[in-house]
Design a protein around this ligand. Sequence first.
Ligand SMILES: CC(C)(COP(=O)(O)OP(=O)(O)OC[C@H]1O[C@@H](n2cnc3c(N)ncnc32)[C@H](O)[C@@H]1OP(=O)(O)O)[C@@H](O)C(=O)NCCC(=O)NCCS
Length: 183
Amino acid sequence: MTPTLETARLLLRPIALDDAEQIQAIFPQWEIVRFLSLVIPWPYPADGALTYCRDVALPAMARGDEWIWSLRQKDEPARLIGLISLMKRDDDNRGFWLDPAWQRRGLMTEAADAVTDFWFNTLGYPLLRVPKAIGNIASRRISEKQGMRLVGTEERHYVSGRLLAQRWEITADEWRARRRASA
Ligand SMILES: CC(C)(COP(=O)(O)OP(=O)(O)OC[C@H]1O[C@@H](n2cnc3c(N)ncnc32)[C@H](O)[C@@H]1OP(=O)(O)O)[C@@H](O)C(=O)NCCC(=O)NCCS
């Protein structure tokens, strides 16, 4: 079960089949996909978002393997501006993308904080791990701002090719201490 979450500026709504049309209109941009996993088809097909929502995202949520939310600003809730997801995997537990028109305003940091609380406090996992391409400065900055630790590097396959990636992680105790300190 994926609940709706709320931050100061955002609504995080569990992804639905109806979201496919808006995702298809925003997502297929090089700026968004270049540092995402190679599992994303590129060039992005005309039914890519529908296939993703219907055949990948919703079944993964129903199985309890993933929790995926669309991001909307509270003052314009009908408009989808990005996605954020949590994944029950060994080495890759969170992913996100945001419409470039809304980037660099701290919105994804806000969403990432909300789903990280959910990962540790509601789902009860002890550790959150995220790999990210070294060149992905914005994503790395979010890990830094969240107090995550850099634990290693490895090559990974991205839409833009095989790149050096950094592995970041944070434990539940570290996260809670950080949240208490900033409250
Ligand atoms: C990663 C992404 C979601 C960040 O969204 P966002 O809402 O812009 O993120 P925020 O504003 O919360 O934080 C981004 C931080 O990176 C910084 N940043 C962004 N681009 C930067 C750049 N080119 N150079 C230096 N810093 C940069 C911002 O200044 C901000 O840091 P600050 O708060 O210290 O100023 C967005 O860039 C995106 O959708 N990228 C494409 C998809 C992607 O790569 N997803 C992650 C895969 S691991």
